[in-house]
Design a protein around this ligand. Structure first.
Ligand code: PBG
Length: 302
């Protein structure tokens, strides 16, 4: 993945498959709206990764959903169990990217630690640092903070320096306050309580702020940048790439992918054609990588 192909044609090496592992499941459970995507047990995740590798998928982003929620998350034991078992089984055959956020772990579903309906930045960074450290010990190849709090990349970078970790950071650097995250929040059990995420995610109308957010993350030491959602953010990709010279990708999020599924389920379009067109447009806009729920289904055709 470190050498993303930059040919005009989309390749398997440009795609990243999301994978959810949830604690306490007896068997894998379909995620509503997301086609061939499941919440997995550790065991079923291993089987899926093995079959995905055979199909030609190499890059995965992992979302780990523990059973017990915490006010100030510091216990990431289920994360460690899941990630280390996957890495032990597949080694260098996969690139293991790990979504690093607190929303599946906190009692109120926020991406940071809250105090009186506000984010406590210092405690949030500390908790994210504990998480990233454990993910790296479990074998993470890339840490992907998606919390959108100020200074997270800088905080993690200096922590990694202290600990002599060489692990690169893939920052969700331009992530909007979007209504397209619905199916994901069901799967990640991460819907926020009491207040929404508008105090830390970006306003959709503000192009300048969105680009600035990626530039700031680049300055703080991110190795990969990302816009999110995909289609609604494609106008930003080329500018961010030109300004930072960093590999810049897009996250085609759950609501985008589900909308294509709904069109085809209601006989209003052909899924494969809709899907390929959406990926081509994101790639045309300059995305070096695309996180997408259908990677495993499309790689063979590329
Ligand atoms: C967690 C996170 C979210 C997504 C990825 N990481 C949800 C959110 O910010 O509320 C969304 C992905 C998707 O919808 O596919 N912070």
């Amino acid at each position: 993945m470190k050498n993303f192909s930059n040919s005009t044609k989309l390749k398997a090496s440009n795609l990243i498959q999301p994978l959810f592992i949830e604690e306490g499941l007896k068997s894998k459970k379909i995620i509503k709206g997301l086609g061939n995507n499941y919440s997995h047990t550790i065991q079923s995740a291993k089987q899926t990764v093995a079959s995905d590798i055979k199909r030609g998928v190499k890059n995965f982003i992992f979302f780990i959903v523990p059973k017990n929620k915490q006010k100030k998350p510091e216990d990431f034991n289920f994360h460690y169990q899941s990630l280390s078992q996957i890495k032990k089984t597949f080694g260098k055959r996969i690139v293991m990217i790990v979504d690093t956020c607190l929303c599946s772990v906190t009692t109120d579903g926020h991406c940071g630690i809250t105090h009186k309906n506000k984010i406590n930045l210092k405690e949030t960074h500390k908790s994210l640092g504990i998480a990233a450290d454990i993910f790296i010990q479990a074998g993470a190849d890339i840490i992907a903070p998606s919390d959108m709090m100020k200074g997270t990349t800088r905080y993690l970078k200096s922590l990694f320096k202290k600990k002599k970790f060489k692990t690169p950071i893939m920052s969700y650097s331009s992530k909007f306050f979007s209504s397209f995250y619905g199916p994901f929040r069901n799967a990640a059990k991460s819907s926020p309580k009491k207040f929404d995420r508008s105090s830390y995610q970006l306003p959709v109308h503000d192009r300048k702020k969105a680009i600035q957010s990626s530039l700031t993350n680049a300055k703080q030491g991110a190795s990969y940048l990302m816009v999110k959602p995909g289609i609604t953010s494609i106008d930003l990709i080329r500018d961010i790439k030109n300004k930072t010279k960093l590999p810049t990708g897009a996250y085609q999020v759950s609501g985008e992918y589900a909308s294509l599924q709904y069109l085809s389920k209601n006989n209003l379009g052909d899924f494969e054609k809709l899907y390929k067109e959406s990926l081509s447009a994101i790639h045309r806009a300059g995305a070096d990588f695309i996180i997408t729920y259908g990677a495993r289904d499309i790689v063979k055709d590329l």
